[in-house]
Design a protein around this ligand. Structure first.
Ligand SMILES: [Mg+2]
Length: 181
């Protein structure tokens, strides 16, 4: 794999769950904003339910002064608006990640430069690739889905192979078969 592509697919951070991320550490590292994926990162796909520990973590982030912005590929703007409203932040649906316009809209709204922002998501080829492309830091989290459907499992398997080529070991713990690798 060419070094440039390798870099684009290697997340800066990897975590099992968003709520274990050390916000103080991120703040100390100069980060001031987060671009958040929704489906399988903050919620189960198409669910508006955000688990209390995730809500508490996001609340703490905002209290510390982090700017937060949702950038989702979900095709239902009303659904994403509902999640965003619950979390008291702005959000964008149909963002077409990994392409840049949605990320750029978020950066403009937060009035931050790419180096100050981390993109958090569960997918290498949308969240991580798109964020790294614009020079942002990236954080791959394991999907909150407990039982990935067949297609999703295929995608995760494919992306896991890619990440292995890129020399990283992402926390794809949603699928039990992944824990053996
Ligand atoms: Mg996602």
């Amino acid at each position: 794999m060419p070094p440039a592509l390798k870099h684009l697919l290697a997340p800066t951070y990897t975590f099992d769950r968003v709520e274990v991320i050390d916000l103080e550490g991120w703040w100390a590292a100069g980060l001031r904003g987060m671009i958040l994926d929704v489906d399988d990162t903050l919620t189960l796909k198409n669910s508006a339910l955000v688990a209390p520990p995730v809500q508490a973590w996001l609340k703490q982030a905002r209290q510390m002064g982090f700017h937060c912005y949702i950038v989702s590929n979900n095709r239902y703007p009303r659904h994403i608006a509902r999640v965003a409203e619950t979390l008291e932040m702005e959000g964008l649906a149909q963002a077409r990640k990994p392409f840049s316009p949605g990320f750029l809209q978020a950066l403009a709204a937060m009035q931050l430069s790419p180096e100050q922002v981390v993109v958090i998501g569960d997918r290498l080829l949308t969240d991580i690739l798109g964020g790294a492309w614009l020079g942002m830091q990236t954080c791959l989290v394991a999907p909150v889905t407990s039982q990935p459907k067949a297609l999703k499992r295929l995608l995760y398997g494919f992306e896991k192979g890619l990440s292995r080529l890129a020399g990283t070991r992402p926390p794809f713990s949603a699928d039990s078969s992944d824990s053996q690798t």
